[in-house]
Write a protein of this length. Structure first.
Length: 95
């Protein structure tokens, strides 16, 4: 197998976002997605056009948290799995 082409270093957040935007939206799987920080990151990435959320956790809780972030849950795929260990296993299976 040939060596992959080296990737140029990223020097700024703006440069990272520009590169990600050029690639188009990617699916981001987040197990136990009730984390406020994780949800904020997925919402911001979706709004910037660089990611779509594949969120694993308690559907009702995730929907409530997304609405509080002024985000329509319909923008993300939500897989109802309230058990964190099972959510992590499902996330691995999906990516």
């Amino acid at each position: 197998m040939a060596n992959p082409r080296p990737v140029e270093p990223v020097h700024t957040l703006d440069e990272l976002i520009a590169r990600a935007h050029a690639l188009g939206p990617r699916v981001v799987a987040v197990p136990a997605a009730e984390s406020e920080t994780a949800l904020q990151a997925v919402v911001e990435a979706r709004r910037r056009g660089i990611a779509r959320g594949l969120l694993f956790g308690d559907r009702e809780g995730l929907e409530d948290r997304l609405w509080k972030l002024e985000e329509d849950p319909a923008h993300h795929e939500i897989v109802h799995e309230p058990d964190d260990r099972r959510a992590a296993s499902l996330a691995v299976e999906r990516v």
